[in-house]
Design a protein around this ligand. Structure first.
Ligand code: FES
Length: 248
């Protein structure tokens, strides 16, 4: 049954935990995950830390899910020390995720930095529909680039950009977006704003927001939209292009 039961904390075992870019690790958690859409996230309890941390699913299946996380503080530093077999509690299937069933013929996936991972599961969902999305990924420098080979292994073309030109084109990923009739974007807010402004197409944007409860109870993640305040954790993290009210 969907709903609260599906989101209840469950026990997972670390099945993989390896470095994939500078300070970024890819972790697979084996167990009873309940995701219904790419772009949903899990709230993971890290032993010794009070609040659960939100991590978007990179991919998921019946046997578990994967995340890619950046080491930015004590909690994520503790995560990268976890050995295979370590147990973690996670609430899965949180947030709305991307609507991969939207009407489009030439979708574009745009990811910036650690925003790229949830686009991988989305790419697989679009491919399952018979679509072949173009992918544009941007990073600060070559050492930060991740998942390029994974997208290419799906048969997709990746337009890679780095700010310093050490891999792919020099500049921002938004500098020259591949042709598309719809976009899905995930990354820092300035990147999302640039995609929304430069694309003439409609699209969906997934926001990276600090969260506390992760389940819509504390209002700590609320943001103003064209249709009033929404909670990024519960009503998002994905908003439609027409919903977003950008700061002026
Ligand atoms: Fe508590 Fe979103 S993090 S309402």
């Amino acid at each position: 049954m969907e709903g609260l039961n599906a989101r209840a904390p469950r026990d997972f075992a670390v099945a993989e935990n390896r470095s994939i870019a500078r300070d970024v690790y890819r972790m697979r958690l084996a167990g009873p995950a309940h995701f219904t859409a790419p772009g949903q996230f899990a709230a993971i309890a890290i032993p010794g830390f009070f609040l659960r941390r939100p991590f978007s699913a990179l991919d998921y299946d019946d046997a578990g899910f994967e995340i890619a996380y950046k080491v930015v503080g004590g909690g994520t530093a503790a995560m990268c020390e976890l050995a295979i077999g370590a147990r973690l509690s996670a609430m899965t299937g949180l947030g709305n995720g991307f609507d991969a069933s939207v009407d489009c013929a030439a979708p574009l996936l745009v990811g910036g930095g650690v925003g790229a991972p949830p686009l991988f599961g989305l790419a697989k969902a679009l491919i399952a529909r018979g679509l072949r999305p173009n992918v544009a990924l941007g990073f600060r420098t070559a050492e930060d680039a991740m998942l390029v080979e994974d997208f290419e292994a799906l048969g997709l073309t990746v337009a890679l950009a780095t700010e310093d030109g050490t891999a792919g084109a020099r500049g921002y990923v938004t500098g020259s977006l591949p042709a598309h009739d719809y976009f899905f974007a995930r990354g820092p807010e300035p990147m999302l704003a640039a995609v929304a402004r430069s694309s003439g197409a409609d699209g969906q944007l997934s926001f990276e927001q600090r969260m506390a409860c992760g389940i819509g109870a504390c209002m700590g993640c609320s943001c103003q939209t064209m249709f009033g305040y929404k909670r990024v954790c519960r009503d998002g993290p994905v908003l439609g292009k027409g919903e977003v009210r950008w700061p002026s």
